[in-house]
Write a protein that binds this ligand. Sequence first.
Ligand SMILES: *[C@@H]1O[C@H](CO)[C@@H](O)[C@H](O)[C@H]1NC(C)=O
Ligand SMILES: *[C@@H]1O[C@H](CO)[C@@H](O)[C@H](O)[C@H]1NC(C)=O
Ligand SMILES: *[C@@H]1O[C@H](CO)[C@@H](O)[C@H](O)[C@H]1NC(C)=O
Ligand SMILES: *[C@@H]1O[C@H](CO)[C@@H](O)[C@H](O)[C@H]1NC(C)=O
Ligand SMILES: *[C@@H]1O[C@H](CO)[C@@H](O)[C@H](O)[C@H]1NC(C)=O
Ligand SMILES: *[C@@H]1O[C@H](CO)[C@@H](O)[C@H](O)[C@H]1NC(C)=O
Length: 572
Amino acid sequence: MRFLRLGAVLGLVVSITAASPICPIDGPAFPKPLRPSQNEAIKAAVATLKDVFANITEKAHDYSLSVQVFSSNEPEPLFSLSHTAPKLASQNSTGVKTVDENTVFRLGSLTKIYTIYSFLINAGDKLWNEPVTKYVPELQALANRSDPVSYVAWDEITLGGLATQLTGIPREYALLGELTQSKETRDKVLQYGFPPLTPDQKPPCGAYPTCNRAQFFNGIGSFYPSLAPFQTPAYSNVAFQLLGYALETITGKTFQSLMQETVIEPLGLNNTFLKAPEDSRGIIPGDHYETGWAFDIGESVATGNMYASARDVSTLGRAILSHKLLSPIATRRWLKPFAFSSDPLAMVGMPWGARRIKLEDTYRYTTAFNKAGNIGDYSALLAILPDFDIGFTVLLAGELPGNAGFGLADTLGEYILPAIEEAARTEAGAKYSGHYVYPNQKINSSMTITTDELPGLSISQWFSNGTDFAWISTVLQNQYYPVKPRIRLYPSGLEGPAENGGKRVAFKAMFEDADAPRNNNKMFSTECGSWVSIESVIYGSAAVDELIFNLDSSGKVVSVMSPSLRVTLNKE
Ligand SMILES: *[C@@H]1O[C@H](CO)[C@@H](O)[C@H](O)[C@H]1NC(C)=O
Ligand SMILES: *[C@@H]1O[C@H](CO)[C@@H](O)[C@H](O)[C@H]1NC(C)=O
Ligand SMILES: *[C@@H]1O[C@H](CO)[C@@H](O)[C@H](O)[C@H]1NC(C)=O
Ligand SMILES: *[C@@H]1O[C@H](CO)[C@@H](O)[C@H](O)[C@H]1NC(C)=O
Ligand SMILES: *[C@@H]1O[C@H](CO)[C@@H](O)[C@H](O)[C@H]1NC(C)=O
Ligand SMILES: *[C@@H]1O[C@H](CO)[C@@H](O)[C@H](O)[C@H]1NC(C)=O
């Protein structure tokens, strides 16, 4: 897409070099698939995954796993597999003997998603720019110290900053990474070259016993800040402990009761816990303390103490995607990145990792919102992809290979993502493809909608009152000719009821010149700026790129309306 602006005159002829790549609007390329399990591409992907996982589990002697791929539009998972480590039989485990989708695992930092969910349900997102000092009284005493290198500027630390990991406050206090607390390192610190500590320099608490609330604030009060607030994201467990305290002040209820009453019970999460449940519900690959199963992180509960089964984690993912406890608009605000990271494909959300995944050799990317957790012998991962209303749950326990959780997500994604895009395309094609004509044959207006290998519905032919409107609209949009029109429709996210008990579904058209010259790998220029060109051609206050489909009460598409052409074309 090119940005010839003022003064660009129709008739400018540009030289043609190479065909331009498609530049979809970011987000879903098709309406979200409602019945992916019925799709042939998904069935084939699931069959292949069964073989691939047979090989993976064959080698998994020392660890157990429970994995699901789910759609929020179907009650049963698209793919579900649990494996019990052969080694479990010899570990005298007090937990389950056989792992299935209801077996409870520890979630570690995946807890942070439950914490934010509970925060949004109970306090909304209007407080994100409020300073944490307003809601956590102990921090008021630590605010307004004059030296920003030595002391955290607590007045500048907002609730939203904590949720997005942008505060630069310390990562931990006296828990992970603290050499004096770990039994592997605490007796070797002098050997390593560290000086002896005076008793008041040494944390009085940490792993055993965990710090109480007063010890925690005493500890973080003496910590140097990590980074300037809002400089760049840096992972912090302290941030989520503080958010938990703030939520208790805001609501006047305990974190535990909020989680129980506003998340666990409403969603029927019978295998989800904030504290370790009975051993008999869980996978415990060894002794129940040594594995970390029974280790309660105390005051840090909001940052990493939760337990759940794969089925329950998938239920949580479905609930987020299907707006069960949060409105669609609150959910869309939550599922956005807030900061860059060092990897240009990996952004930081709240506190999701937002991963850009290339689906085709064009500018067609989708975004997965991921949160992983590791604690003791456990590893957990939830990934949700709002463009498709699907997600992955990966829970692991035992002696894990490196990068086990994300490694399995890579495997799931390799087969599922191309298939789910195909499922979305197939469903959209079956519903919207066809020839649409003006009911009165005296006026020559019509449109043909098809699907092909590219993202979005294609308008392959469009006449308005006898003119080739596909060509004219592409010329008006691009402000030059000749053009080779390539018109695609993408969901605008706007849907509403229609008078007849049916539905109206709006799409945005992109009018691209398939022969536009390439302009990639430049410093400032882009050849894919679709978001800037939306609604740039308007006739009588109606954008030419707006098309609204009318569906009857059975969900069948009956017509398409163009607000700018003031015409409704009936589907043949
Ligand atoms: C499983 O492993 C066997 C033997 O290594 C290999 O031949 C086969 O291709 C693998 N199957 C899949 C689906 O990866
Ligand atoms: C399991 O219990 C048996 C019998 O008490 C004992 O001999 C064995 O060492 C135990 N195994 C482990 C891994 O603790
Ligand atoms: C810190 O200073 C600012 C600006 O002077 C003031 O608004 C704020 O109330 C102070 N905070 C505390 C906790 O004293
Ligand atoms: C959870 O347990 C309750 C009470 O035993 C039961 O009524 C409900 O159906 C269960 N929910 C799910 C999702 O299993
Ligand atoms: C169709 O085009 C004719 C000829 O230009 C014009 O007179 C007429 O008003 C147009 N009708 C509509 C509905 O656009
Ligand atoms: C409608 O208009 C198009 C474009 O001018 C033309 O190619 C086509 O033959 C016309 N169809 C009819 C039925 O007049």
